[in-house]
Write a protein that binds this ligand. Structure first.
Ligand SMILES: N[C@@H](CCC[C@H](N)C(=O)O)C(=O)O
Length: 319
C-alpha cells in the first residue's frame, strides 16, 4: 500500500511519495519500476514524474525526482516547489533547506504570484555554461547561441546546466511538432548529449515577460519545466530582454511563474516562484512483480484546483 499526493507546479504534474512515512524500503529498481508503472498516462495514475521525499542529514528533507521513463534527474524546479510546500506545511517553518542530487537548496513561502495561490520560491543552482557540465560534446568550452549541426539547421541554441542539462532556442514563433521533433532528436544524439538534454523554445513577449515550452528529457513535451523556465530566464537576461534582480513573468502552457535572476561575483542563480497545487491524495495497492496497481481511496483538493483555473485563464490572457 503506497500513499501519495498528486500535485503540480504550472501543470507539470507529479506523484509525491513520502518514503519517511512508511517503511517502504524501496530499492533503486523499485523506484524505476514505480515511475514507469504509475506515471504512464494511459495505464497508470498519469504524471510527468515521481517526487520521492526522504530523510536527509544535511537539510530538513531530501528530494529525488524520477522522470516518467524511470530515469532520475539531477533537479526538478516545479517538483521542488511541491516538496517545499509539503515540508513547510509539515514543519510549520516559512523557510527550509532541501537536499537535492547536486546541492542543498533554500526554499520558502513567499507572496502570492496570483490572488489565492500559495506561492513557493526555490533556489535554482548551481548554474554553469560549461558545455562539459551538461555534458555536451562541443568544440568550444561554451555553446552560446550556436548552431548544433547534428541537431537542427533551423535553430540556434544556448547550453547550460542548472544543474540538469538544458538547451534553449529563442524563437519568434513555432509549431509544437517542431519542438517535439528537435527534442526527440536531441535525446537520440549520445555523441553530442551523452546524458540527454531538456530542450526549450522561448519567445520574448515584452521586457521581463517570456513564453517557454519544453521537451523534457525522460518525459517529452510538458506543460512546463521549472528548471527550463529558470534557464530560459537567464538566457533572456543575457541577451538583454530582461533585467537582473527583477521578476520575469514566464508564461507556460500550464500557467505562469516568476523567475528572478541574480549575479554575484560572476555566479548566476535564479529564484523560481510559483504554485505548488495539490490535486488529490490517495492510497494505492501496488504489485511490482506483476506491475499492477489499484486505487484504494482518494480525497480531492477541489478549492485549490478551482483557484488554479483562474490563474490558468489569466496566464493565457497574457500571451
Ligand atoms: N520538470 C522538471 C525537470 C524534470 C527533470 C528533467 N526532465 C530532466 O531529466 O532533467 C522541472 O520542473 O525542472
Amino acid at each position: 500500500m503506497i500513499e501519495f499526493i498528486k500535485c503540480h507546479g504550472s501543470g507539470n504534474d507529479f506523484i509525491l511519495i513520502d518514503e519517511r512515512l512508511e517503511t517502504y524500503s524501496f530499492s533503486e529498481q523499485d523506484r524505476y519500476d514505480l515511475s514507469r508503472l504509475l506515471c504512464h498516462r494511459a495505464s497508470g495514475i498519469g504524471s510527468d514524474g515521481i517526487l520521492f521525499v526522504l530523510d536527509s542529514d544535511k537539510a530538513e528533507a531530501r528530494m529525488r525526482m524520477f522522470n516518467s521513463d524511470g530515469t532520475e534527474a539531477e533537479m526538478c524546479g516545479n517538483g521542488l516547489r511541491c516538496v517545499a510546500r509539503y515540508i513547510i506545511e509539515e514543519t510549520g517553518k516559512q523557510a527550509v533547506d532541501i537536499e537535492t542530487d547536486k546541492a542543498v537548496l533554500a526554499v520558502s513561502q513567499v507572496d502570492p504570484i496570483y490572488t489565492g495561490i500559495d506561492t513557493f520560491s526555490v533556489a535554482i543552482e548551481p548554474v554553469s555554461f560549461a558545455a562539459k557540465s551538461l555534458p555536451m560534446n562541443f568544440p568550444a568550452d561554451e555553446a552560446a547561441n550556436v548552431e548544433v549541426p547534428a541537431l537542427s539547421k533551423d535553430y540556434r541554441f544556448t547550453a547550460l546546466s542548472v544543474p540538469n542539462p538544458h538547451i534553449v532556442a529563442v524563437v519568434e514563433d513555432y509549431q509544437e511538432e517542431d519542438l517535439a521533433a528537435v527534442g526527440e532528436k536531441a535525446n537520440q544524439l549520445p555523441d553530442v548529449f551523452p546524458k540527454g538534454v531538456n530542450v526549450s523554445f522561448m519567445k520574448l513577449l515584452a521586457p521581463n515577460k517570456v513564453f517557454v515550452q519544453t521537451y523534457e528529457r525522460g518525459v517529452g513535451l510538458t506543460n512546463a519545466c521549472g528548471t527550463a523556465m529558470s534557464a530560459s530566464s537567464l538566457v533572456s537576461t543575457l541577451i538583454g530582454g530582461n533585467d537582473l534582480d527583477t521578476p520575469i513573468m514566464v508564461i507556460n502552457k500550464g500557467g505562469l511563474v516568476n523567475c528572478v535572476v541574480s549575479k554575484e561575483k560572476e555566479r548566476y542563480s535564479i529564484q523560481l516562484q510559483g504554485n505548488a497545487t495539490y490535486v488529490y491524495r490517495a492510497a494505492i495497492e501496488v504489485d511490482l512483480e506483476e506491475m499492477t496497481w489499484k486505487q484504494a481511496n482518494s480525497e480531492t483538493f477541489d478549492k485549490e484546483i478551482a483557484t488554479y483555473t483562474q490563474l490558468e485563464q489569466y496566464a493565457a490572457s497574457q500571451i
